[in-house]
Ligand binder design. Structure first.
Ligand SMILES: [Zn+2]
Length: 329
């Protein structure tokens, strides 16, 4: 049996990379303020061609737009997908707007209304991240869960009316999420959608794929101890093919194991109530340039050559995000 990551060394340079789409980042977070430009250049060198900045709190929506503009101005030739200079490959930023279930206490009706106005004003690529999070015990309280349910449904309604794909955040509530999605008009077969940082079991993985969602795979797959996750991915691929997957960094979280300074310790930056990752040790912070490690470990897990997997993941991402970005030659 393959031991994931066993053939990769922490200090090794990445082998030749392939054009990739980072489908889920928080690259607008202040933890990147000091070296965002340098990290963008590193991402370009690792062939990251698109990255999605994903929303979680209304008070940071403007920051998403600002960061998107900053990146697209930094790489002006990338707007058309063309690059004038071979030294500067195109990198495009996009945004998803959404009110994250983990911060449910902070969301208000006014935030939903503001989000709806922003959707009209400047269409994002997707809605997200939205869903259920019952990781903490207090989130399971009926009142709190009902509020999550209300915001989940309201944002799915917006996705339907604006014909936008959604980015799902589901933690310890997969059955509840599946039930809600089945009862809702949102049709992922038509609108796309990603079950971001998928963490459920085999049956749940297949159930989300059956509903039309792609499973978002993060740096967690690089951890040899993530056995449940590896089995879920393998089971979904056995039943539905590699067409059901996309990859993401979810930076600054989910640092691939070979990119962590201390070797074995999980990055576990987690989501703090302010979610600004201010106390996160910078050396263990995940960055978009780490995405090829997810590709390589997934390639090893599924026994699919990286070149073939990378191209398929590109098309899967376009499908999930309802775009038609050309695969770079
Ligand atoms: Zn996220």
């Amino acid at each position: 049996m393959t031991v994931i990551g066993a053939s990769f060394n922490a200090n090794e340079e990445l082998p030749t990379t392939f054009p990739l789409i980072d489908t889920h980042t928080h690259f607008d977070a202040p933890v990147f303020d000091a070296d965002r430009d340098e990290q963008l250049q590193r991402a370009c060198q690792q062939s990251i061609r698109h990255l999605v900045l994903v929303g979680y709190l209304q008070r940071h929506f403007q920051r998403l737009y600002d960061t998107e503009r900053l990146i697209n101005e930094r790489y002006p030739s990338s707007i058309t997908g063309q690059s004038d200079s071979p030294q500067q490959p195109p990198l495009n930023a996009h945004i998803a707007l959404g009110l994250h279930p983990f911060y449910i206490e902070q969301h208000t009706e006014a935030h939903l209304q503001n989000m709806s106005q922003m959707l009209d004003k400047k269409r994002p690529l997707a809605i997200g991240e939205i869903g259920f999070d019952t990781f903490a015990d207090e989130m399971k309280q009926p009142k709190m869960f009902a509020k999550q349910e209300y915001f989940f449904n309201a944002q799915l309604d917006m996705a339907v009316s604006h014909k936008l794909p959604v980015m799902l955040h589901i933690r310890k509530a997969h059955a509840e999420a599946l039930a809600l999605l089945k009862a809702h008009d949102y049709d992922a077969h038509k609108l796309g959608g990603i079950a971001h940082s998928f963490s459920g079991g085999e049956q749940e993985a297949k159930a989300f794929v059956k509903l039309g969602f792609k499973l978002g795979v993060t740096g967690q797959v690089t951890n040899p101890n993530a056995k449940k996750l590896r089995r879920a991915i393998q089971a979904a691929v056995a039943s539905d093919g590699i067409e059901c997957l996309v990859i993401e960094t979810d930076c600054p979280d989910m640092t691939p194991i070979m990119c962590q300074d201390s070797g074995g310790s999980q990055s576990a930056l987690g989501q703090s109530p302010d979610n600004e990752w201010g106390n996160a040790p910078a050396h263990n912070r995940n960055v978009p340039a780490n995405l090829p490690w997810v590709l390589l470990c997934l390639s090893e897990l599924l026994d699919v050559p990286p070149a073939i997997l990378a191209e398929q993941l590109w098309h899967n991402s376009c499908n999930a995000l309802q775009t038609d970005w050309r695969y770079p030659a």
